[in-house]
Design a protein. Sequence first.
Length: 226
Amino acid sequence: SRRDKPCCSGIMHWNFLQCLDAQSVGTQVRTFECEIGGSSAHQNFALSDDKQILWNWQGTLRGAKGCLAPQPAKVGNVILSQPDQCTAAVEPIGTTEVLGGNGKPVPAQFRIRSREEGGGCAAVATAEGKQDSATGLELQFRPCDDLDPGQTFHASSRFGGFEIRAGETKYCLDSSGGREILVYPCYDESVHNMNQVWQVRAARLLWEPPNMRGNQVCVNSQKIVD
């Protein structure tokens, strides 16, 4: 690392310029080309006194943002469905609200919980088998965990609806024109991209095409059956 750089340490594979790398809590740890300039917080790993591998160490007072642990099991896929078929519900976290274009408040933070038994909660996770993913991330349903920041979604007002930021990432939910739900770089407001404008009605997270030229779709769960 270098003086005044935010990253203070990393863990490199012996004899290869590959380092441990993680985008956020709840996503898979992978290897990536080492950022030897010390500017990548994604590669900030350290070994604690009790032999835990810590991620994003913030100092003695603040501790670490995470540590290496087994990844929770995937219990369901995230799909887009017709609203009357939706079995996943928006569940407020805390009491803070934001106002939409119609003046009605929605929770500023929420989770998406499946109503199916054992269906879990939506979470940001490393994309499985998607080499063309723009962020390397996807949504999937995992066992609900109130301490998992990847299961918290953040709403902010945008063009009569809401932009939804996923977990602790800098990425947003994107409807891909109603075809599939993506974890995608957030567009600047000046772009006016309506694929990232969502509605929350009757405890459902909905996307509707501009000028209603098509059908509404709902963020839904599809439980994995063994």
